[in-house]
Unconditional design. Structure first.
Length: 404
């Protein structure tokens, strides 16, 4: 007599859509861009100010757009208030719901204090509505002390560490997915985020017209170091699984061992990372190459940061949890797929354009220790003095001559 037992296993759809990839991508670019801006903006390193200016622009725009992707990933965005009405301190997601508004507020306040002197200066120009809006944004003629900017900057840095920890362990604590349940995942989020932040700053340095050569050199040096650290973490992660040091990593490798698609993804990711590290190391030693190819390396860095999150958050969900094999996933064209990705990119681009239109962020002070405000009296006195005094051309200007 033969007995046949039928086991019916339901097929579950994916829980996280590309909205999650966009949030984890943008928020990593945000806090890593803040770190890139910190040496010049917060700690007063003058040689770092051109980089800090571009990094702050990247930080503000990604910080503003990232929560939109997070709300969309809730599927019912209006239920976000449940995090505050029914807090659960033992949940990383609940903790993050309190950290994110504090971080966003600190970043926006830091940017406003940094850009405020330039806004006030523009408000005195005869530039129509642009001058008027600049005056509204500057909000008065008071002078912010340097200590206040440093204090807000330090608060933003502390909050960014909280964002870094919560976004990493929010995924790593999930035991249902062996590829997620590992302590190696949070540091990989950080290092690939730093790679992406350097890439975004390189692209912005080119497309905004600044093209500061020292910015390219500094960013490529950091990117090369971040690539080496990322490779070391990835290799250690792999060796942990191969040698069964970590049961979760070993189970994760076993689940994808027979998949040609995962094997090709690992090879492509490794080659992209190695190529990026080599290019960043080689290009940083040549000013001409940095100027010509900096933005291309930046786009490659953004690709590496994005693809790591796509593989971790989307491809992992295609592994069947209750049966063998893999579930197919195709990007939809609608809001939960391609249109959602394009929409978030368009929203980020809109934030960039609005700031570039109304905020003179390029004219932010070169000296991080100076935060003076130009008053109408000072501007009138300066104009009258320059009109009554003879014109003199500094010898340092191009074309100037010097006679004994």
């Amino acid at each position: 007599m033969s007995l046949i037992t039928e086991v019916v296993v339901p097929r579950y759809g994916i829980a996280w859509y590309p909205w999650a990839v966009q949030y984890f991508f943008l928020i990593a670019l945000s806090y890593c861009s803040l770190w890139l801006a910190a040496p010049g903006l917060i700690f007063g390193k003058k040689t770092w100010m051109p980089t800090a200016r571009v990094a702050l622009l990247a930080c503000v725009t990604t910080t503003l757009v990232a929560p939109v992707a997070l709300l969309a990933d809730l599927h019912q965005p209006l239920r976000f208030w449940h995090f505050y009405g029914y807090p659960t301190p033992w949940s990383w997601m609940s903790i993050g719901s309190f950290l994110l508004p504090m971080y966003l507020g600190a970043v926006v306040l830091l940017a406003w204090l940094t850009w405020r002197p330039a806004l006030k200066a523009r408000s005195y120009e005869a530039d129509g509505w642009f001058s008027r809006i600049a005056g509204w944004l500057a909000w008065g003629n008071w002078q912010a002390p340097r200590a206040l900017i440093v204090l807000i900057g330090l608060a933003a840095l502390v909050a960014s560490l909280g964002i870094m920890i919560y976004t990493g362990f929010e995924v790593a604590v999930l035991k249902g997915r062996p590829l997620w349940h590992t302590n190696w995942l949070p540091p990989m989020f950080v290092t690939t985020g730093l790679i992406g932040a350097c890439g975004m700053a390189l692209v912005l340095n080119r497309v905004t017209g600044l093209r500061h050569p020292e910015t390219n050199r500094q960013l490529m040096a950091i990117m090369a170091i971040a690539c080496v650290v990322t490779g070391f973490i990835a290799l250690t992660w792999f060796l942990d699984g191969v040698n069964s040091v970590s049961g979760s990593v070993a189970a994760a490798l076993a689940s994808i061992d027979e998949s040609p698609a995962w094997r090709s993804t690992a090879i492509e990711g490794s080659l992209a990372g190695v190529l990026l590290a080599v290019l960043a190391f080689v290009m940083r030693r040549s000013a001409a190459r940095r100027k010509a190819m900096g933005w291309v390396i930046g786009l490659l860095a953004l690709h590496v940061a994005w693809m790591f999150r796509w593989v971790v958050l989307m491809n992992v969900q295609t592994i069947a949890r209750n049966t063998a094999g893999f579930n197919d996933y195709y990007i939809d064209f609608g809001s939960y797929g391609l249109l959602g990705i394009i929409g978030i990119f368009g929203l980020w681009l809109t934030a960039i354009l609005l700031i570039d239109l109304f905020v003179p962020w390029r004219e932010a002070t070169e000296n991080p220790r100076s935060n003076s405000v130009i008053t109408p009296e000072m501007r009138t006195r300066s104009l009258s003095t320059s009109a009554s005094s003879p014109v003199s051309t500094p010898a340092s200007h191009e074309g100037a001559t010097s006679h004994g």
